[in-house]
Design a protein around this ligand. Sequence first.
Ligand code: ADP
Length: 482
Amino acid sequence: MILGNYIDGKWIAPRSGATFQKHNPADDRDLIGEFPASSAIEVQEAVTAARRALPAWRALAYDARAAFLTKAADRIASRQGEIAAALTREEGKSLPEAAGETGRGAMILRYFSGEGLRSVGDVLPSVNATTMLFTERVPLGVVGLITPWNFPVAIPLWKAAPALVYGNTIVFKPSEHSPMTAQMLAEVFHEIGLPAGVFNLVQGAGEAGKALCAADGINGISFTGSVATGKAIARTCVDRGLRYQLEMGGKNPVVVLEDANMERAVELTVQGAMKSAGEKCTATSRVIVVDSIANEFVKRLVTRVKQLEVGAGTDAKYYLGPLISGAARAKALAHIERAKEDGASLLCGGSAPERADLSNGHYMAPAVLDFVQPTMSIAQEEVFGPVLAVIRVPDFDAAIRVANDVDFGLSASIFTRSLDKAMRFVREVEAGLVRINGETAGVEPQAPFGGMKNSSSFSREQGQAAKDFYTQVKTVSMDRAD
Ligand code: ADP
């Protein structure tokens, strides 16, 4: 089955006939489908369609646009099982996680259907007594959404929902590793009768994303993915005068202090590191633990990690499924080899499981490395796999220093009962998302999401922060005619 792009309200086969295939990461023999490898021509057609649709869409009353979001939420909820199954089949995460993500997609749409009713400007005092001075927010215009495969439902929707409610039109370029859920999202917008051209889908790899940044008529790019790609996109956007927003990697720490609830710290560290096979930008990848409890903590941590079963996401008994690709697994395993060469101790996992039922998937046993030094590459570089580095430190001050000694700053967590230390952590840790006694992963649609340093472009997504990206401010001054 060859699937199409969704442009101007129609499903269109690729003009060039070029396609790419997507297989199931749990079983390489399972071909999910063949999708358009879109060229700059199709991308430009989509942007032109979005441009044409813009005046009528932005002219609609707010509640008419919001009604489409509510309908899309209902439609996603009614297709939840089917979308979750497709998500697990193409991405690999467990079915409950996929169902949770799909449910969250509906929640995001509902949240933003209400968000658009809030203030879109301020009234300001003017130096002239008769002047009425105020701001009004207007849509950015045509926005390009370039997204990764690890949350193929939630991430596109947390970009698309605010874009739509504030009156923008969209060209969506999903990851080449998650084309099926992207197709389903486009189907949902088609099924609810969204006007043609308001939401367009172009499938393809990096070249299609590049073409989107270069297309005539695009006003902004919202991107989630790797640092290298994000920076390349930023350069293009600066040259072209486009607005951009980047969400990139993380090297997220958990700090465990001597007064922590150890059971909770172990469980939530494992959950943050190993759920979704560690393929979350907010995944825990470093655990920084004070020396006085390090031996006990590591012992309990390794016992728990060894209990985690690896297997197909369709079977609820497995904690983690496969990685997205053979290349992703090879990269994670290479990180582990390098860490061992650098002097870290591998305490468990870190290899492909030798089970016949897993031999056609990109599985990997979850790994814990101890005695990691903050300067080692395993403590600095994002792995994006089920790999946890333990860094032992003498005290809280050293823990904060190590936590901050990386180029990333997405999320960070501390386990402690000390109010003073928790408060200092909140102030001093360099991260956009800070958790006290919680896991590093997990977001809520009403709260701003984003990081510091190389994790983000100083922008925030979701919540009311989304308005800053998807709208522009006009300052208006009105006076009497006479
Ligand atoms: P990941 O490692 O998560 O796949 P990437 O940054 O490679 O991260 O991909 C994230 C998204 O960016 C994907 O949709 C991908 O196709 C797209 N992409 C990759 N290269 C480029 C590029 N040069 N310009 C625009 N988009 C790109």
